[in-house]
Design a protein around this ligand. Structure first.
Ligand code: COA
Length: 389
């Protein structure tokens, strides 16, 4: 008999500062509705120098791990394209910060915004062979474009942490998935750059083409149609992107189902609208948003579309489990988002420029009292100084 495997718990962390998109539009001489409606973003997370993907992942994972669960983690799969070292994996720093056992296997996965999905699928296959193990899958990134570029409105950052197990309490993954790879130059970041290079409009076209390809192939493999789905969850670099994805397949549904799928989409984009782009974590923040704000029921089938520029796309599905609401702490997430500080455009630009320099000098960061349990205190002898309080 096939073992049921999937997402047992989800944690999410984003730093304490945000930029309001009306403020950004005003400063850039754009109509605010272009950002609010045309792009579909209301706020974006602003990442201080004291947070990087390792600390954000630790702050997200801390919400879902107990001392007992930590002992059972067999593997940490860290999806990111904002790595802090070209050699050493972020997963190793993370495993140490969280106090995971040294018997853990810890690796980093990169394929633009697809890394966390690679982690999730590899974890699922591992668990089908080792059903008593638990795997920690991370999707953490800092979405960083240039100041005053078209991509600026699609920035953000944060981390998703997922505990992936057999007999999961949130989402049981179905074994069939469809994936597709092509060598495409829509978005890339050479090792000498801190900001991405992007052909923005081309990337949206490739996203939609890949979605069509994998959705069609998934239906061919499974003989399922849109009528078999209760909701679709999309990778959301900005919320309008997923809206366009859904629009592409809506004509396949009955009018009643179209209304239901649109309602589910509105729920799935709410949290992303207020955080911005997490790159590889975006699909899973959208899943969390759907589960927090949507009217979903146990037994519902969800379709998930993952896309990483460069490019890799995957469509897969999962069945919502009876106690799915116990797999995350919705009140805590409300609190995390509500307590954030609105920064001015001037403050945001200063924080943007204040990233840890690339010259290897010793640095001590002003850590203050802060909100985050895990933080970066600086760099000494070319080594990042991670701390917890
Ligand atoms: N009110 C409402 N909507 C408005 C508007 C207004 N006043 N002004 C413009 N818009 C709409 C446009 O019609 C357009 O909608 P559409 O995409 O449905 O046609 C949307 O706002 C964006 O306008 P556009 O002129 O295309 O924006 P842009 O050239 O500044 O760039 C991106 C938009 C997404 C290409 C750019 O932000 C980018 O490069 N982002 C990074 C890449 C990315 O995230 N790619 C995603 C795939 S992974």
């Amino acid at each position: 008999m096939t073992v049921s495997v999937g997402i047992d718990k989800i944690g999410f962390y984003t730093p304490n500062d945000y930029l309001d998109m009306v403020d950004l539009a005003t400063a850039r001489g754009e109509d605010p509705n272009k950002y609010l409606i045309g792009i579909g973003q209301s706020k974006q997370a602003v990442i201080p120098p004291t947070q990087d993907v390792v600390t954000m992942a630790a702050n997200a994972a801390d919400q879902i791990l107990t001392t007992a669960t930590k002992k059972e983690i067999a593997m940490v799969l860290f999806g990111t394209e904002s790595g802090v070292d070209n050699s050493k994996a972020t997963a190793v720093y993370l495993a140490h910060l969280l106090g995971l056992p040294s018997s853990t296997r810890a690796i980093e996965l990169k394929q633009a915004c697809y890394g966390a999905t690679a982690g999730l699928q590899l974890a699922a296959d591992f668990l089908r062979v080792h059903p008593t193990a638990k795997v920690l899958v991370i999707g953490a990134d800092i979405a960083r474009y240039g100041l005053r570029t078209p991509g600026e409105v699609t920035q953000g950052g944060g981390a998703i942490a997922m505990l992936v197990t057999a007999n999961p309490q949130v989402l049981a993954l179905e074994p069939t998935s469809s994936y597709h790879t092509e060598d495409v130059m829509d978005f890339w970041r050479p090792t000498y750059r801190t900001e991405a290079l992007v052909d923005g409009r081309y990337s949206t076209t490739v996203y939609l083409d890949f979605f069509k390809t994998v959705w069609t192939d998934y239906q061919r493999q499974t003989q399922r149609t849109i009528a078999d789905f209760n909701a679709f969850v999309f990778h959301l670099p900005f919320t309008k992107m997923g809206r366009k994805g859904l629009r592409q397949i809506l004509p396949e549904a009955s009018p009643a189902q179209q209304a239901q799928l649109k309602e589910a989409f509105e729920a799935s984009q709410l949290d992303n609208r207020h955080v911005g782009n997490l790159y590889t974590g975006s699909l899973y923040l959208s899943l969390l948003s759907l589960l927090r704000h949507g009217r979903m029921q146990a037994g519902d089938r969800l379709g998930l579309f993952s896309y990483g520029s460069g490019a890799e796309g995957e469509f897969f599905s999962g069945i919502l489990q009876p106690h799915y609401q116990q797999g995350f702490d919705s009140d805590k997430l409300d609190q995390l988002l509500a307590q954030r500080r609105r920064v001015s455009v001037v403050e945001y630009e200063a924080i943007y420029q204040a990233q840890l320099s690339n010259d290897g000098r010793d640095v001590q960061l002003p850590v203050g009292e802060g909100q985050a349990k895990y933080y970066l205190a600086g760099r000494q002898h070319q080594q990042r100084q991670y701390r917890s309080r």
